[in-house]
Ligand binder design. Structure first.
Ligand code: FAD
Length: 278
């Protein structure tokens, strides 16, 4: 395993089965910059010659997989939920068309650079800890001069949350306080459809879907979201989906495990009060 980060981060990762963790510690790696990270990872790939390089399917993970795949003339697949050996390469599964189908891809050009969806694989705690080795890699001197972060102030990162309560155009405006209250009660995070983000009701970092985050929480509660395929692409791997929508023909109901037909502004306060009493 290679970590571009800090010794404490390695400590957290050491108990998950890797024999060795190669650590590159440098301040220039604190903030993601593709030109810097791809050269450092590229140097490690060149030296270790792995046949498979895994990333988390975040914006940076997907970007690095693509850039390194091109650099090493390897295979690239992103958003994968399963992976196994196949002939002289690997076979991966990747949900497509809003999660209604799974594409089976054979990756024969090695190394294969695969970005996997977070939470698609169970955590495997292992006996013993990996050996952490600091390795010398020349880190480019490129630095950010100034970074303006967009934060939504969420306590739990959206793509790490066990529960996601998302709102769409049906919210009718930027007041997401009902969703925030429900998410807080359930220990979850608030997400949004692209319509809600495009209307400036929520920050881009909250967008779930094809051009936003891909989430797979234990529970996804979609409020006032119609269920367009581009939205489904980001949440269809959720373990349980609950939909609240006043239109009984909304496509989201075909994917939901539990659907409530009605006005979310009447249903959510009842739900919140009931959960508070539990
Ligand atoms: P709508 O489709 O307008 O649905 C609103 C729903 O709210 C309706 O079903 C309505 O019945 C319901 N409603 C209204 N009032 C209430 C109420 N009071 N109580 C209960 N229900 C109510 N979308 C994404 O979400 N994520 C993406 O990443 C994304 N990427 C895209 C990429 C491309 C290339 C394209 C072309 C589109 C993308 N979209 C994405 C947009 C997508 O196609 C839809 O337009 C969008 O998801 C619709 O958002 P919505 O469900 O909030 O709005």
């Amino acid at each position: 395993m290679a970590v571009l980060g800090t010794t404490p981060q390695c400590g957290e990762l050491a108990g998950f089965g890797a024999d060795r963790i190669d650590l590159v510690e440098d301040q220039a790696l604190n903030d993601y910059l593709v030109d810097v990270h791809d050269r450092v990872l590229g140097a490690i790939v060149k030296r270790e010659k792995p046949c498979l390089v895994l990333f988390e399917a975040t914006f940076s993970g997907r970007e690095l997989a693509a850039v390194l795949g091109a650099k090493f003339n390897g295979s690239v697949a992103s958003g994968c939920t399963a992976i196994q050996y196949w002939d002289d390469g690997f076979e991966v599964l990747r949900p497509v068309l809003g999660g209604r189908f799974k594409a089976r891809l054979h990756l024969s050009a090695l190394p294969a650079f695969v970005a996997v969806r977070s939470r698609s694989f169970p955590l495997c705690k292992a006996e013993g800890a990996a050996k952490i080795v600091s390795i010398p890699v020349k880190v480019p001197r490129t630095r950010f001069k100034n970074i303006k972060r967009e934060t939504s102030g969420q306590k739990i990162a959206l793509d790490r949350a066990d529960v996601v309560v998302s709102g769409g155009r049906g919210m009718g405006g930027p007041d997401f306080s009902l969703l925030e209250a429900l998410a807080e009660l359930l220990g979850g995070a608030v997400g949004a459809s692209r319509s809600a983000v495009d209307a400036d009701w929520r920050p881009v970092s909250d967008q779930v879907g094809q051009t936003g985050l891909v989430v797979a929480p234990d529970l996804y509660i979609a409020c006032g979201i119609s269920g367009a395929s581009q939205h489904m692409a980001g949440m269809s791997a959720s373990k349980r989906i609950v939909a609240i929508n006043k239109d009984s023909h909304a496509p989201i109901f075909s994917k939901a495990d539990f659907g409530v037909k009605g006005d979310l502004f009447e249903i959510l306060p009842h739900a919140i009060e009931t959960i508070k009493r539990l």
